[in-house]
Write a protein of this length. Structure first.
Length: 389
């Protein structure tokens, strides 16, 4: 490769990258992932076992949510990953509300999918949107969860999917959500007054609220004793429940935990939720937000395409044509890139075919492949631009 061209290409590459990323002041979502962290079990499982934990944080600039996946990886458990407090929690912004130890269970044929081996987990997007996915390998189905934030939002959008395994039948599918609105009452020796409010009604402890999916599209959980306006508690929490695929359910309003059970249609294949933590807000402030914005947030939830933008916008034929053109224009300087480009194009088509069938693992691999290939393609574009002059 000619030395002067290498230097010029490097400068051009930096200039192109700067122009491509120059969006000063544009709101973004930051995403961080601790990766797998393994430590000795204490309270989570049997002494001598190892607990694997992973924390992923979505920060919209207005609100930050951290999610914790955990479970025991001792070989004695086989495909199961037990953890005494639960396997998927939300420790930030508050340890109560959506419970830090385990606020979400997905019950497939009666057993909790989040207590099984994680088949795939990782960040999908950051910047214009922030998202990550986790897929659990339940014996009867692969169960996937994607969590996504948009810049400036105060809530997290969630898409849940399930794909039955070969020769397996899904008789029942349910979601169980656990929250401790505003305060850990019993654990702290205090008594509160828990409520669950929906667009249709407002029920208090110790009642069980029977849900009507078409009407109870948001669930607002609060405690009249532990209200920030009274100098008590952390603030309330809430959820959106898109009606499609929801067959019914209930909210068991206990004096300590409030447990929401959503019965899903196994044939639907997916469901959509959203989660709010109103830490620092009074009951009146949080209720005011839900009254004014819940309908709009629900419409946004239903309309959102959770696929990573790089996958959503991918045109394999256009990518092939662009790559062929760049290799031709780059001339001799592009030949070093040809093996990488050919491998990229082959893997892209293979993964896209699988992803188009609803395989989230393949979709995540495709998003990673596209992201990891950006630097190589920018370099090829730089040499192609120079050789056109």
């Amino acid at each position: 490769m000619r030395p002067y061209l290498t230097a010029v290409a490097t400068g051009l590459l930096l200039g192109l990258a700067y122009l491509a990323g120059a969006q000063d002041g544009a709101p973004t979502v930051a995403v961080s992932d601790t990766g797998s962290q393994v430590s000795a079990a204490t309270w989570e499982c049997t002494s001598g076992h190892k607990i694997e934990k992973r924390r992923i944080t979505l920060d919209s600039g207005a609100m930050r949510y951290t999610f914790l996946a955990s479970g025991c990886i001792d070989p004695s458990h086989g495909e199961e990953r037990p953890c005494s407090e639960g396997n998927f929690g939300m420790p930030d912004p508050n340890s109560c509300n959506w419970y830090w130890g385990g606020f979400l269970q997905v019950l497939v044929n009666g057993t909790n999918a989040t207590a099984y081996r994680i088949a795939s987990v990782g960040v999908l997007e950051s910047g214009e949107r922030g998202s990550f996915q986790i897929v659990w390998a339940h014996p009867d189905a692969d169960v996937g969860l994607r969590l996504l934030m948009l810049p400036g939002d105060n809530h997290v959008l969630a898409q849940l999917t399930w794909l039955p395994r070969e020769a397996k039948t899904l008789e029942t599918l349910a979601v169980r959500l656990t929250c401790y609105p505003s305060f850990f009452t019993t654990a702290r020796g205090r008594t509160g007054e828990r409520h669950c409010r929906t667009p249709r009604t407002d029920e208090r402890q110790p009642q069980t609220l029977q849900l009507q999916p078409a009407e109870d599209t948001y669930l607002y959980y609060y405690d009249t004793v532990f209200d920030v306006a009274k100098g008590e508690g952390a603030g309330p929490c809430a959820a959106l429940v898109a009606p499609e695929g929801v067959a019914g359910g209930n909210v068991q309003i206990g004096g300590y935990a409030v447990v929401t059970n959503l019965n899903l249609d196994p044939a639907a294949g997916s469901a959509r939720l959203a989660f709010y933590d109103f830490t620092g807000h009074s009951n009146a402030s949080a209720q005011g937000y839900m009254d004014e914005h819940a309908a709009g947030d629900l419409a946004e939830l239903v309309a959102t395409d959770f696929r990573p933008a790089s996958v959503r916008e991918l045109d394999a034929d256009a990518l092939q044509a662009e790559a062929d053109g760049l290799l031709a224009d780059a001339g001799d300087d592009g030949q070093a890139f040809r093996p990488q480009v050919e491998e990229l194009l082959q893997k892209t088509r293979e993964l896209k075919a699988t992803a188009d069938e609803g395989d989230w693992v393949a979709e995540a691999e495709l998003a990673n492949l596209i992201r990891d290939s950006e630097d190589m393609l920018w370099k090829l574009k730089a040499f192609a631009a120079l050789n056109r002059q």
